[in-house]
Design a protein around this ligand. Structure first.
Ligand code: DSN
Length: 478
């Protein structure tokens, strides 16, 4: 394929869009410019390939396809069947999974599908059986009441939010915190690492229906063999949300005890983070849960998005190529180089480093909150996100941490030397930013001072760092 083909495809698409609503075409073009110019260190973001992006922009978007391959509630789904079956096949082969369900629209959706599958598998409930065979809209108030009562007070044990767990692992702002009686395990205050003996103790005391592994801000490997042993010892289902590190599993950087697929009963993921696919979710499971997982739509999902399933098939095919393993290893090499660069310059890192794709900086060492640090870095062309650190005194809004990750910059081709330069730029901004005060003189958790000339200088240096590694080099929209 000629490199021109990508340019032609996107230019033509924008021309067609511009004829209808030029402001949308302009915004799409501006987004490419912004992404090209910023040093993107958001640990959960990446850049999908042109083939993956193009697979989403077509008439598959027009098709309803509730049901599963070969068993749809709508006619004319033969082509949707083709792409859904392909995506599932690639997922099974890539991860060595017995079953793959590629319909979830997001990570939250994938987790909801998994929770309901486990409930249906483990809890004897006539009301749940009825809910599964009737359309959700046909259930009466009395049906829902019976369902909630019959499901009982089921328990979930997952990693606490401030230790790096995810909102969907049983926390109140998410439905999982309302569906389940939840408790969490944290990390060792001295090391920041998961203490598996403490997890086992919590499991023995709490006896959860589901033990959840996985994280969105824990910079270390997790031993899933041990988690499964703990789950088995208390009769829990072992579920792992590998959304953040799916690319490292796919690329065989996380193998053996650190690959969740052979150990967990059920594994969920998004497809757009380190896996570098389209925005979406996926569930992998052992055969005994497959029937329940496949009931995700319409139990908790709207109709599948065939255009996104097509893009999942493309991205998963890409992840099966040998060069994806090279990419995955580079993500980790880069994260470790970034961590070492930050540590050498005096930064305080949760757990003292990383062995995955992310680094969690405790910015209280710079006298800042996460919110102040995030904004000062953004002023300087460095895109990160604030995040709680274990036992965070500043809560989940202001936080005391900055989470950075390397999947996106690694996709652009930056390497370990550039990670050291990135550490230098971040260190410059964080040491030159000072916390501000409120009108009454009390310390502010949001206000800060940073010399705009310094911010501009760092932004220019960030652009220079990116210049040899253009994003989507074959795409020229001018
Ligand atoms: N929002 C994702 C993240 O940034 O980690 C997880 O859902």
């Amino acid at each position: 394929m000629s490199r021109n083909a990508e340019s032609t495809a996107f230019r033509s698409a924008l021309e067609v869009i511009r004829a209808v609503e030029p402001r949308v075409a302009d915004a799409i073009g501006a987004e490419l410019t912004d992404q090209r110019e910023s040093l993107k260190l958001i640990a959960s973001e990446n850049y999908a390939s042109p083939a993956t992006l193009l697979a989403m922009g077509n008439w598959f978007s027009d098709k309803y396809a509730e049901g599963t391959v070969g068993r749809r509630f709508y006619a004319g789904c033969q082509n949707v069947d083709t792409v859904e079956a392909l995506a599932a096949e690639h997922a099974r082969e890539l991860f060595g999974a017995a079953h793959a369900y590629v319909q979830p629209h997001s990570g939250i959706d994938a987790n909801l599908v998994a929770f309901w599958a486990v409930l249906a598998d483990r809890v004897e409930s006539p009301a749940l059986k009825k809910a599964q065979v009737r359309h959700v809209n046909d259930l009466t108030e009395a049906d829902w009441f019976a369902l909630r009562r019959e499901l009982g007070n089921q328990r979930m044990l997952g990693m606490s939010l401030d230790a790096g767990g995810h909102l969907t692992h049983g926390f109140r702002p998410n439905i999982s915190g309302k569906m389940f009686d939840q408790r969490s395990y944290g990390t060792d205050p001295a090391t920041g690492l998961i203490d598996y003996d403490r997890v086992a103790e919590a499991a023995r005391e709490f006896k959860p229906l589901i033990l959840v592994g996985g994280y969105s801000a824990y910079p270390r490997k997790v031993n899933f063999r041990i988690l499964r042993e703990i789950a088995d010892s208390v009769g829990a289902t072992c579920m792992v949300d590998m959304a953040h590190f799916a690319g490292l599993v796919a690329g065989k950087v996380f193998t053996g005890d650190f690959d969740p697929v052979p150990h967990a009963h059920i594994v969920t993921t998004t497809t757009h983070k380190s896996l570098r696919g389209p925005r979406g979710g996926m569930v992998l499971c052992q055969p005994e849960l497959a029937d329940q997982v496949d009931r995700g739509c319409p139990m908790v999902l709207g109709g599948p998005l065939p255009h996104v399933m097509a893009a999942k098939a493309v991205a998963l095919a890409e992840a099966r190529r040998p060069d994806f393993a090279v990419y995955a290893q580079r993500i980790v090499d880069n994260a470790q180089a970034l961590a070492e660069g930050l540590l050498r310059r005096g930064a305080k890192l949760v757990t003292g480093g990383t062995d995955n794709h992310l680094v969690l900086i405790d910015v209280s060492g710079y006298g800042l909150t996460g919110r102040q640090a995030e904004q000062a870095l953004l002023d300087s062309g460095i895109v990160t996100n604030r995040n709680s650190v274990p036992q965070d005194p500043n809560g989940a809004w202001y936080t005391s941490g900055i989470r950075v990750g390397t999947p996106a910059l690694t996709t652009r081709g930056l390497g370990t030397a550039e990670m050291d330069q990135t550490a230098e730029l971040m260190h410059t901004v964080l040491t030159q930013t000072t916390a501000g005060a409120n009108a009454d003189g009390t310390p502010s958790k949001a206000k800060y001072t940073l010399d705009p000339a310094l911010a501009d200088k760092v932004a220019r240096q960030a652009t220079d760092l990116l210049a040899p590694h253009p994003l989507y080099p074959a795409i020229d929209l001018t």
